[in-house]
Design a protein around this ligand. Structure first.
Ligand code: C2E
Ligand code: CA
Ligand code: CA
Length: 684
């Protein structure tokens, strides 16, 4: 509704004007109809009267009509002896009627008789009404006279109707005209009175109707206004709510979180009580989102929001302050241990798998905590400190909480610097590949090697992939860098084959970003044709989460790659969304049992049983099984006994730079092991 528009006002002004107009029109119309009626009624009566008078008097007029002999001055007719005679006749005939005056005209329009004698002889030929009557019609006129000379003397304030009535002879020719004045004062006055009554009654009725409508409309207006106001209020509330809340989870958003934190800092300043900020990031949320789909990702976020809400202490509100980041303001803390306790509760709650669309997903949080006043005096500093602590938690293995310490800010800066350097690393040739041998259990020979990416940073030295691959993935740089890895690994493998190790197979890790890119089969083909490496000597390593992303297109892509002759292995088997159906549906050549199983295989019977089951399953599906992260002889022996095909791990060798690789291979094949070849160890 347009602001300021009032239905009531619009209605009242127009309808009041309308009522006045309608009442006036009705009153005037009534009066007009009544007067017209009266006139025609009186005229009819008068013409009868005139005819009656004519019948008795006409003979008497012959003398009067003969006035031509009298010359121009007809006034002398007054003295005619006929006049008193006619007077008497007229009086006799008019007795009891309301006729006040009678005049008679000849065919020239001259007054040959009038009850008012002074008018006898007047020339009235110019009168319109008279002319109408002379030509055979009749006419009448209503008039008002202040004073009037009637038959019985002067009268005051009279309404009169003057009718001209033609008198016809036997041959139907007009012989003369009677003019009869009838007194209609009473009738006109009563008509006027009635008209006024009609006007009053109509006005009253309409006013009644008007007030009835006014009340109704007022009420409608009020209802409409109230409704409009309510809608506006609701809209405003909704806008305010949206401005302050996250749509998905319904939690306060970042800006609202900042406001709340601001207020909390103010309260802490007054009370002196300790205040904590807890930032919670969901680990690898991007992978969950990419592999299970956005809908499932949204569900994980909503569920996580609820879980966090259950863990935080009395009254603290959880806010969603970023894609996969939540914030909690903890007020009135007794000690920093209390903040740690809340964080621990969150971690414990998330240890349970989350049910999403019928699947169980393990979502782990990383938590950064900053405390007022030590880690920041204001909202901004507190948030920066908590963010630095969160980064630290993620960098040091995730699924943990970290309190802010002063050195963390410098780490955050370092990360930023690293990101900028990474953009230049490819063109400046700072990437290198290390190779870790894979040993065939059956004969103790090196069957191949995994190419592992390193960044040789000009200032920092060798940087491990765990620190920069996530950055490459986030920025999309993983695609060009991955292409480089493919080409370089193929080139190196072919060079070693040509140097006498023809059986060597190289395996290259692929990220989800590369898998999705679409150009992967072409990149693989280019790397192979450029290097001359036979496709059979190239293996591509994928993780389960990469496959989970999009079942149909993943299958297609894998078959395309397989068709080129390369082999596919499933990396980190057992950690992701392990599903045996992957093994059935995809053309997989090898499984790589994850380090975490191998680590405690000797002490953990469950892991032993699981590994055994994986090997058996692999055998029955004709899928090779590789054990990764083997560090001890006992692990090696157990895995060999369980029937693993290949072993990879520090036990044989750490990943090596290319120039040292062949001597490591020689060492392994001659029966040396890691512990005995100190000089061959790389630092990474
Ligand atoms: P991954 O594919 O699981 O690679 C094996 C990781 O386990 C390597 O870590 C290797 O050094 C380590 N490792 C091998 N044997 C042992 C052992 O006995 N004990 C222990 N504790 N660790 C062992 P690295 O080189 O740091 O690589 C980490 C991850 O980075 C890789 O895990 C892989 O996911 C990724 N990555 C490495 N290179 C590339 C690459 O070229 N492209 C892509 N997309 N990812 C890569
Ligand atoms: Ca791998
Ligand atoms: Ca692995």
């Amino acid at each position: 509704m347009k602001a300021g528009f009032s239905l009531t006002r619009a209605f009242s002004v127009t309808s009041l004007l309308g009522i006045v107009a309608i009442a006036a029109v009705l009153g005037l119309f009534y009066r007009w109809v009544s007067v017209e009626n009266l006139k025609s009624h009186v005229t009819r009566a008068n013409s009868e009267l005139a005819q009656a008078l004519a019948n008795t008097l006409w003979g008497n007029f012959a003398g009067l009509l003969d006035h031509e002999k009298l010359g121009d001055d007809l006034s002398i007719l007054v003295d005619s002896p006929l006049v008193p005679h006619i007077d008497a006749e007229v009086r006799a005939k008019l007795h009891g009627l309301s006729v006040l005056k009678v005049k008679i005209y000849d065919l020239h329009g001259h007054t040959i008789y009038s009850t008012e004698h002074s008018q006898i002889g007047d020339d009235k030929s110019h009168s319109k009404g008279l002319r109408v009557a002379l030509s055979g019609g009749s006419s009448d006129k209503l008039m008002f006279r202040e004073s009037f000379n009637g038959i019985d003397g002067p009268l005051a304030e009279r309404h009169l109707i003057a009718s001209y009535v033609p008198i016809f002879n036997d041959a139907d020719e007009v012989e003369g005209v009677f003019e009869i004045y009838t007194d209609v004062t009473d009738l006109v006055e009563s008509t006027n009175r009635t008209a006024i009554q009609v006007l009053v009654v109509v006005t009253l009725l309409m006013l009644g109707l008007y007030f009835y409508l006014l009340v109704t409309i007022r009420r409608a207006d009020r209802v409409l206004r109230a409704h409009g106001q309510r809608e506006r209020d609701e809209r405003e509330q909704r806008i305010r709510y949206l401005a302050m809340h996250d749509v998905l989870t319904g939690l306060p958003n970042r800006s609202q979180f900042n406001t709340m934190l601001n207020r909390a800092v103010g309260r802490a300043e007054r009370s002196g009580n300790m205040l904590g900020v807890m930032l919670i990031g969901l680990d690898r949320f991007k992978v969950i989102n990419d592999s299970l789909g956005h809908e499932a990702g949204d569900k994980v976020l909503t569920e996580a929001a609820e879980w966090i809400g259950r863990c935080v202490h009395g009254g603290a509100t959880v806010s969603r302050i970023g894609g996969d980041e939540f914030g909690v303001v903890m007020e009135n803390l007794f000690s920093h241990e209390e903040a740690g306790m809340w964080a621990k509760q969150v971690l414990e709650h998330f240890a349970e798998p989350m049910a999403v669309d019928g699947r169980e997903v393990v979502v782990s949080p990383s938590i950064g905590i900053s405390l007022w006043p030590n880690d920041g005096q204001d909202t901004k500093q507190l948030m920066n400190s908590a963010a630095a602590a969160l980064h630290r938690a993620k960098d040091t293995g995730r699924n943990r909480y970290v309190f802010y310490t002063d050195d963390l800010n410098s780490r955050a800066l370092e990360r930023l610097e690293l990101e900028m350097d990474l953009r230049k690393a490819l063109e400046q040739g700072e990437f290198v590949l290390f190779y870790q041998p894979r040993v065939d259990v059956a004969n103790g020979r090196v069957a191949g090697m995994e190419a592992l990416l390193r960044w040789n940073h000009p200032q920092r030295g060798m940087v491990a992939p765990g620190r920069f691959i996530p950055m490459l993935e986030e920025s999309g740089l993983i695609v060009p860098v991955g292409e480089w890895v493919l080409r370089e690994a193929c080139r190196q493998c072919q060079a070693w084959r040509e140097a006498g190790y023809a059986g060597l197979r190289v395996s290259v890790n692929l990220s989800l970003g590369q898998f999705r890119d679409g150009d992967l089969p072409e990149s693989v083909a280019t790397a192979l044709s450029e290097s001359g490496l036979p496709a059979a000597n190239l293996e591509l390593e994928l993780t389960e989460s990469t496959l989970a992303e999009d079942t149909s297109s993943a299958g297609q892509l894998l078959r395309k790659l397989k068709a080129k002759g390369v082999s596919i292995s499933l990396d980190d088997f057992g950690t992701g969304y392990s599903s045996l159906s992957y093994l059935m549906h995809y053309p997989i050549d090898r499984l790589k049992i994850d380090r975490s199983f191998v680590r405690d295989i000797v002490s953990n019977h469950e892991h032993e049983a699981l590994t055994k089951a994986i090997v058996l399953m692999g055998n029955s599906l004709d899928i090779g099984v590789v054990a990764e992260g083997v560090e001890q002889r006992e692990q090696l022996e157990m895995l060999a006994a369980l029937g693993c095909d290949e072993i990879q791990g520090f036990y044989y060798s750490r990943p090596q730079p290319a120039n040292k690789f062949l001597s490591v291979v020689a060492g392994i094949e001659e029966g040396w092991v890691e512990g005995e070849t100190e000089e061959l160890q790389a630092t990474l």
